[in-house]
Design a protein. Structure first.
Length: 278
């Protein structure tokens, strides 16, 4: 957990440094990476401030005017965050017939594909962009690496998939990659001696989100998740180490605890009462 907090602050410094930069590509690619890699929620204020600067500064609009990738990325991020961005920024990338000019840059096509999905009523040309990019990418499938080929059909790739893609990028930022890979439950002590147990924390919480999905039931979701995790661990113990005879001993022990529960609860209540009074 301490390592995660350190990495978290290191990533925050990277964002602040990018915000002070005049390079539009650095700002946009950093925000896009944080969102796709699944850690952007840690830095909502910093990202909002950075994108506000990108939207308000006219120089940023002109900076990538001749690059379809940067134009698409800027359009995608700003529209995704609720900014009013006109779709005519793509006019310069069409021919006299209104069709997008041929492009074999996979990253550029993927970004245009994502940007076009944020079209609004009346923006038929962006609908044409989806058809164009999908056709171009499908024709290139055989030449793409497996991870990129899987990502081709996405509107927004999954975190696990993007992690594999990002890990292979020459321009990756290792600090961000390491922070994204950190899983808090992976560092808990029980996993050092219970490697046979299934890692099901996220699964259990997902189940409980369906049982008690309203925001005010957050505590209930957490406690039910913990309960299910304990039951899951007991199940894994029984499956791996317990015989029928040993299971009967465990059941008898549980019954003993049930018999003692009234006295234990009463004692704890008295201790708590004494603590509060004195």
């Amino acid at each position: 957990m301490e390592s995660a907090e350190i990495k978290k602050e290191e990533v925050r410094k990277i964002i602040l440094h990018a915000g002070a930069s005049s390079d539009l590509a650095i700002k946009l690619e950093l925000v896009d990476t944080l969102q796709r890699i699944g850690v952007a929620y840690h830095y909502m204020n910093e990202i909002d401030e950075l994108l506000s600067d990108v939207h308000d500064d006219a120089r940023h609009e002109e900076a990538g005017c001749h690059e379809l990738y940067i134009t698409s990325l800027r359009f995608y991020l700003l529209r995704k965050h609720g900014y009013n961005v006109p779709s005519n920024v793509f006019v310069k990338f069409r021919d006299d017939q209104g069709h997008f000019t041929s492009n074999d840059d996979v990253n550029c096509l993927l970004m245009l594909y994502d940007a076009a999905h944020l079209r609004i009523r009346g923006e038929e040309k962006l609908g044409d962009a989806i058809t164009f990019t999908k056709s171009r990418l499908e024709s290139m499938m055989a030449k793409l690496e497996p991870e990129v080929a899987k990502e081709e059909g996405r509107e927004s790739g999954s975190k696990a998939l993007y992690l594999r893609v990002y890990e292979k990028k020459a321009t990756r930022i290792d600090t961000i990659l390491e922070f994204a890979k950190l899983g808090w439950w992976k560092n808990l002590e029980p996993w050092t001696y219970m490697r046979f147990a299934r890692d099901r924390v996220v699964e259990m919480y997902f189940w409980m989100s369906g049982v008690a999905y309203e925001p005010q039931y957050s505590y209930s979701r957490i406690m039910l998740t913990k309960l299910l995790k304990i039951v899951s661990l007991m199940d894994d113990f029984c499956d791996n180490y317990t015989t029928t005879k040993k299971a009967s001993y465990s059941l008898q022990l549980s019954k003993c605890w049930l018999d003692l529960s009234f006295f234990l609860n009463t004692s704890m209540l008295q201790i708590n009462l004494t603590h509060n009074i004195y």
